[in-house]
Design a protein around this ligand. Structure first.
Ligand SMILES: [Zn+2]
Length: 81
C-alpha cells in the first residue's frame, strides 16, 4: 500500500499533532479530514517545509485512529513514536 503524508490545514490537532502519515489502499478515496479530530487535512505533495509542528498531546489516540505518529527530532527528520 502506498504511504501518504498528510498535514492539517489549520494547525492544532491534539491527536495527530498536525502532521501524520497513513497507509491506505490506492483505491481508497482521498482523506480530507483527520480521523482523530475531524479537522480538514491536505495531502503533502513533496517538501517538508512546514514551519510550525505542534506537539500532539495523545499519541495513543492517534495510534488508535490508525496513525503512524512522528515526532520532529531535528530539521527535516521525524522519529517514529
Ligand atoms: Zn488530527
Amino acid at each position: 500500500m502506498p504511504l501518504y503524508e498528510y498535514e492539517l490545514c489549520d494547525g492544532s490537532c491534539t491527536a495527530c499533532g498536525g502532521k501524520f502519515t497513513l497507509r491506505r489502499p490506492i483505491s481508497a478515496p482521498e482523506l480530507t479530514k483527520c480521523p482523530g479530530c475531524k479537522r480538514p487535512v491536505r495531502k503533502l505533495i513533496s517538501s517538508f517545509s512546514t514551519p510550525n509542528i505542534l506537539k500532539p498531546t495523545s499519541y495513543s489516540d492517534a495510534k488508535k485512529a490508525g496513525f503512524t505518529v512522528f515526532k520532529k527530532v531535528s530539521k527535516g527528520e521525524y522519529e517514529r513514536q
